[in-house]
Design a protein around this ligand. Sequence first.
Ligand code: F1X
Length: 395
Amino acid sequence: MPEPGETPATAPDAPVIVSEPGSFAHGVLTERHPALIEKVRAAFPYGPGRRRALDALAREITGAIEPLGPDAADRDRWQRWGAPYIGRSWLDVPFLWAEAYFYRKLLGAVGYFDEGPWQGIDPFRPFKEAELGTTEAREELAALDGLATRPPAEQDAALLHGALWGNRADLGFRISAGDRAAAEDTALVADDSAALWSLLPAGARATVHLVADNAGRELVPDLLLVDHLLRRHRADRVVLHVKPRPYYVSDATMADTLDCLRHCGAAGGAAAEAARRLRDALRRGRLDVSAHPFFCSPLTYEEMPGDLRERFAGATVTVLKGDLNYRRLVGDRHWPPTTSFTDRTAYFPSPVAALRILKSDVIVGLGPRTEASLVAARGQRWRTSGEHALIQVRH
Ligand SMILES: O=P(O)(O)OC[C@@]1(O)O[C@H](CO)[C@@H](O)[C@@H]1O
């Protein structure tokens, strides 16, 4: 049996399954999810009905996966996606599917979909709001004031790295890791940033799709990067993809995007100017926000629907933020880390860039020496500790 945090030996392209003993996935299902149910329950004065539903979900995730109720509008879709899994143990199914279904069920339990007072109320909103109110969030914005006088290459790097490191602002991860990982230095295990900038020379009429991950302290630097791309004419148009509903605790929705714009506006200085330009870009259509249902589905990008594939096909580059998007991009499988990123993402309809803090087992595109030195220093913990990051690009 592997040590906690170690990756068990499995077939190279085997899907990540929750039940793998000692695995990261097992910890998420057996520790993170129950803790999250408790956090949500404590954050809202839900009445007896909603509390009973949360209790039922807490019980269910220790046993067999139940179908959605007969009135759920998306029941058929989930029956289709879940046909091989419904009725089985939550610990006996692919990790990616189990997590997506858990978040769907959690929203169901708090009445998110039902007509009534809790309809549309984001159960994660208090956590997202608290994050934007922190001193760190204010300091990050104040740091922007000095940036405009720096040389252009330094501005590019600072804003790209701001968006990358913003991926630490993942409240789901912090439920498991505490703030320990957030305090440590992040080291890049792959850095294709030069390739990314070469796709976006100033003055080119580029269209950039940015698939956002977390709200708050990740979405703010994402928006600042978008502003920079538009302002420096590295992009003519940006499409920002957000989640159509609350997901993975802190994932960004349209409501979160508006909150971030307000937060930047209220900060004054360079941040407020960026917020004003971004609002203007939204009005003019230079910045478009999209919230496709695919983003809350259990599917990988390889399985994305035709309309979304067509949209991405029009991009000069699609930038995918965060760990979950990475898992969905390369496939949530036990790839050897030296598997080619280019080959794994060849199906994607546009050039693609991944900006991600490493928080789960999946990784490809590493050089053999990089992998060997990471393993020598940390065993397999480097995969999930949140201390390492990557920028990978496929032209
Ligand atoms: O996508 P993000 O916000 O960077 O990370 C999401 C995450 O915290 O949740 C998943 C496990 O629940 C993992 O992919 C990762 O640990």
